[in-house]
Structure formats: C-alpha cells, structure tokens
Write a protein that binds this ligand. Structure first.
Ligand SMILES: [Zn+2]
Length: 165
C-alpha cells in the first residue's frame, strides 16, 4: 500500500468574518454575482495574485482568470505553487481532515458527493479552507485555447487579491 503524505500545516486566521467562515470552514457558497473580483474578469489592467484569505498561500494569477458568466470568479489554471515540492501534481495527498485528495499546485482537489451529485471540491493545500469547485469538460478550450479546459469556480470571499503593477 502506498504511503500517502499528509498536509502538516494548518493556519487559522482568527480575523475571518462569519461570512468568510461560512464558506471557508463550513463549505458554504457565496451568493452568485456578489464578488467584487468579477469586475477583474472583464476590465483590463487588473494584474495580480489571488491568495487564500485564511493563510495567504498563492492560489491563482490574474492571467488565468476568465469571464465564464457563471457568477463566481473563474480561473482555468491554478498558480504554480511551492508547497510540498516533492509531491507532483496529480499525486494523492491526505488533507488535514484525513480525507485523501489530489495535489494541484497549492490546491488540493477532493471528490465531493454532496447535494446528490459528484463534483470536485478545491481547497487550499496549506490550510484546507474550502475555495469552491472545479468543473471539467465544459468546452472552454475552444474559446480560451489549448489546455485551458477547466473552470475553477471559486468563492471570491475565500480570496485576497494583491495587485501588481
Ligand atoms: Zn489557506
């Protein structure tokens, strides 16, 4: 049996608001079309990085954001991360709760069978905070280009944005 490595770190930001805790800790969903980050998708000039609001780990770059029209900030690719560099992307890793997921840069992907359907949940690899879900096979590659077929549907409330000029 393969020994599956575990996430060791856990960072808790006690400054999170009730709304942030509802999404990040209790896996809730923010109301669609409420995130101020949706403006970034259609207005040029927003260059920067999105980090975990709980632990500030780098999660996404603005260059991978796109306007999916779904009501939540959308990204096609996770940011290149430096957490657990010995574990390749796509490899199994055990989250803080003991649940096994797949490493995806600084993100961990879990199978989520809630709400009577199978989805893939994405969480911060550092602190296991809930970020949103990833949807595959929607055909975005035809619009966005080769290799850009995934849609990370992310609660903006789970993210910090740091603008870069
Ligand atoms: Zn985090």
């Amino acid at each position: 049996m393969t020994n599956i490595p575990s996430i060791q770190q856990q960072v808790t930001n006690s400054n999170l608001t009730d709304d942030e805790l509802y999404v990040m800790k209790h896996k809730g969903t923010e109301r669609p079309f409420t995130s101020p980050f949706l403006e970034h998708e259609t207005k040029p000039g927003f260059v920067g990085k999105y980090t975990c609001k709980n632990c500030d780990t780098l999660l996404y770059e603005s260059s991978t954001m796109f306007d999916s029209g779904c009501g939540w900030p959308s990204f096609h690719t996770s940011a290149k991360g430096n957490l657990y560099p010995d574990i390749p992307n796509g490899h199994e890793i055990k989250g803080k709760s003991g649940k096994i997921g797949l490493k995806d840069n600084n993100i961990i992907q879990y199978v989520d069978n809630s709400l009577g359907m199978q989805r893939i949940e994405v969480c911060c690899l550092n602190c296991d905070s809930h970020l949103g879900h990833i949807f595959k096979g929607e055909g975005w590659e035809k619009i966005l280009g080769k290799g850009k077929n995934d849609r990370y549907c992310i609660n903006g409330i789970s993210l910090n944005f740091k603008e870069e000029n």
